[in-house]
Design a binder for this molecule. Structure first.
Ligand SMILES: [Zn+2]
Ligand SMILES: [Zn+2]
Ligand SMILES: [Zn+2]
Length: 165
């Protein structure tokens, strides 16, 4: 009896010369699926590393407080790094980081260099600050309220004493 080199695809039953029990078509499908699964896995690993890096950086920069320094937002998904002096674009460029994730891992790898003056803000405060001469409108309001209060107090204390009688 001649040696039969033909196998049968165990998915569709087609005769095949391959030894792994798959016809050409199903072998191709199998490979494609494997690649897709792999890609997904690589992406998932990457994302969980990025999430971990972000947690580390936020925790370190906020000294464990983990909220927006301006409005106290606590949800990590809303939090981001703010360059106190508004020099974020330059600082990030110096590190060669494309995007926030690379900057997070750069900071960790470089042990948080002193000349990167950072604080934690939510995206809201961060964007508003950037568009408002490097001061969040929340902070502006607070400063104004303090000033008004001081003025009020000054006026109160500068009233002539005899009005008390
Ligand atoms: Zn098949
Ligand atoms: Zn905020
Ligand atoms: Zn704010």
């Amino acid at each position: 009896m001649a040696l039969n080199k033909m196998g049968i695809c165990h998915v569709c039953g087609t005769e095949t010369t391959s030894t792994n029990g798959l016809c050409k078509y199903h072998q191709m499908l199998h490979m494609r699926k494997w690649r897709e699964n792999n890609k997904k896995k690589v992406k998932e690993t990457q994302q969980s590393k990025q999430r971990k890096d972000k947690l580390i950086v936020i925790n370190k920069i906020s000294k464990g407080i983990n909220c927006c320094i301006c409005c106290s937002e606590k949800d990590i998904k809303f939090l981001t790094l703010d360059h106190i002096h508004g020099d974020g674009a330059e600082k990030r460029k110096e590190t060669g980081s494309r995007g926030g994730w690379m900057y997070y891992s750069w900071l960790i790898a470089n042990n948080f260099p002193e000349d990167h003056k950072l604080q934690i803000m939510c995206y809201n405060c961060n964007c508003a600050k950037r568009d408002n001469n490097n001061i969040c409108p929340h902070e502006e309001e607070r400063q104004l309220a303090i000033k008004l209060k001081e003025q009020e107090d000054n006026e109160k204390y500068s009233l002539p004493l005899f009005l008390d009688f």
